[in-house]
Design a protein around this ligand. Structure first.
Ligand SMILES: C[S@@+](CC[C@H](N)C(=O)[O-])C[C@H]1O[C@@H](n2cnc3c(N)ncnc32)[C@H](O)[C@@H]1O
Length: 213
């Protein structure tokens, strides 16, 4: 995936303090001591650091992000705070260099809408979760199909709206990845974003050992 515009936009935002989230994925994740967690699109690292603190020394938290400046910012903050059960990985979400069945919990906040190949990310989420592991993900969906002129515009995608897809398509991709049931934990009313209308939601699901194939 070409992430030039995403890198340009998020490099500038790495040192800002503005909120980049669109839901309460980590608050709703129920992370527990000893768990292995992954945050997809970890940005400045705030959620990964919270997870590392929650899971404690017997657990571990990974953050994955494609923007180098975000990774650097997150690493610096974790180091300053003396957190050692943490690792940030500079990577596109379509192929993550971690072994199968790594995680008990995968979270993400306001990131998956940016990714061109959404089935590939959901295949990675399925692959990386252990049996019985769960995802809790906050993101946006579009209330209608995004017109081609915006959906193919890398700047508009980087601005966190044009890469969104309708809810029915979103949920279908997750089911096709192997997750049998999806819970909607919170959902906003539709609101305008960029040149379209979107809504935010936080969803969860579990990798059931008998669910695949
Ligand atoms: C809106 S920010 C959200 C950051 C963080 N999750 C938060 O809530 O503060 C989106 C993040 O996703 C990252 N991102 C976008 N597309 C990505 C991709 N294809 N692979 C990995 N990271 C990506 C960006 O670099 C950025 O840090």
């Amino acid at each position: 995936m070409d992430t030039k515009e995403i890198n340009a936009r998020y490099s500038l935002l790495a040192e800002e303090t503005c909120c980049l989230s669109c839901g309460g994925a980590v608050d709703k994740s129920g992370a527990k001591k000893g768990e292995i967690c992954i945050d997809l699109g970890s940005g400045r690292g705030t959620d990964v650091i919270r997870l590392a603190e929650t899971v404690g020394e017997t657990g571990f938290a990974f953050g994955v992000d494609v923007t180098e400046e975000m990774i650097r910012k997150a690493e610096k903050t974790a180091e300053k705070m003396g957190i050692s059960n943490i690792r940030f990985i500079h990577s596109d979400l379509e192929h993550i260099d971690l072994p199968d069945d790594t995680a008990n919990l995968i979270v993400s906040n306001c990131t998956l809408n940016h990714v061109a190949n959404k089935p590939a990310v959901w295949a990675e989420i399925y692959r990386l979760l252990q049996n019985g592991g769960r995802f809790v993900i906050s993101d946006i969906y579009s209330t209608d199909i995004v017109p081609e002129e915006y959906a193919t515009d890398p700047v508009a995608i980087a601005e966190c709206w044009a890469g969104s897809i309708p809810k029915t398509e979103y949920l279908k991709i997750i089911q096709q990845a192997g997750f049998k049931s999806i819970n909607i934990l919170e959902e906003s009313r539709p609101y305008p974003k960029g040149k379209i209308e979107v809504a935010s939601f936080t969803i969860s699901g579990t990798k059931d050992e008998y669910s695949c194939c």
